[in-house]
Ligand binder design. Structure first.
Ligand code: DC
Length: 220
């Protein structure tokens, strides 16, 4: 099996780029952020503060997270209910970022992620895939873009999916999540030493996909 670890901050375009590259390569795309989002949604729905590790840890065994690959994209299920769309709100983004700081939450999702990489060739996107989840990945890429560019892209994406989005608010959210994701103690977002650094601020979507596909083909 060949695994590609794609890490980087939120809104760097990882998911759409990874999805397109995986399709071209015939790999399975795995969006690990969706796993943390699904846990974040459960906590919000049950009135549990995602920052409160002492309350989050005991409920983890009740949370059944399931992922289904679909030609349209990855589908997420929480305790048997499809939540693919529900996990894409700004509230769930923030809850996911908060709950992902707890080592117990990370440990809870680790095996699931590793199992997925054993079953097929994967292109897995997240924050700690190259550093923690798949340290032996055949290729590691750290994908980023400036916070302003990421905010512009996120606004466009949200508006296209019919949601309201305000640039200043999204930019603040991105900066706050960047801070949280890079400063947490458990598996913080950081570039693996052997990762290829790819800054997409000045690149078009097609250019980035092309570069990623080329990198995979060279390594495979
Ligand atoms: O990629 P995303 O925006 O959907 O991720 C949501 C949150 O989940 C993000 O703030 C950080 C966390 N996350 C993580 O800690 N580790 C991962 N591998 C993926 C996401």
């Amino acid at each position: 099996m060949f695994a590609v670890a794609l890490d980087g901050p939120s809104g760097a375009g990882k998911s759409s780029i990874a999805k397109a590259a995986a399709k071209e390569l015939g790999f399975v795309y795995v969006d690990t952020g969706a796993l943390y989002r699904t846990i974040g949604l459960y906590l919000l729905e049950h009135g549990i503060d995602p920052k409160d590790g002492a309350r989050v840890e005991p409920v983890l065994p009740e949370i059944h997270v399931e992922l289904q690959h679909d030609p349209e994209g990855q589908k997420m299920f929480l305790c048997g209910r499809e939540v693919t769309g529900l996990i894409r709100t700004p509230e769930v983004s923030m809850a996911a970022s908060h709950c992902s700081a707890h080592p117990a939450v990370r440990a809870f999702l680790l095996e699931l992620q590793r199992e997925l990489a054993q079953k097929s060739n994967v292109l897995m996107d997240g924050r700690d895939i190259g550093t923690v989840v798949l340290p032996d990945a055949g290729l590691k890429v750290f994908l980023t873009a400036s916070p302003e560019e990421r905010a512009r892209r996120r606004v466009k994406q949200l508006r296209e999916s019919g949601q309201e989005a305000e640039y200043e608010e999204i930019l603040r959210d991105i900066q706050q999540r960047d801070y949280q994701d890079t400063h947490r103690e458990a598996a913080p977002l950081k570039q693996a030493e052997d990762a290829v650094f790819l800054d997409t601020t000045e690149l078009s979507f097609e250019e980035v996909v092309k570069q990623l596909v080329k990198l995979v083909q060279e390594r495979q």
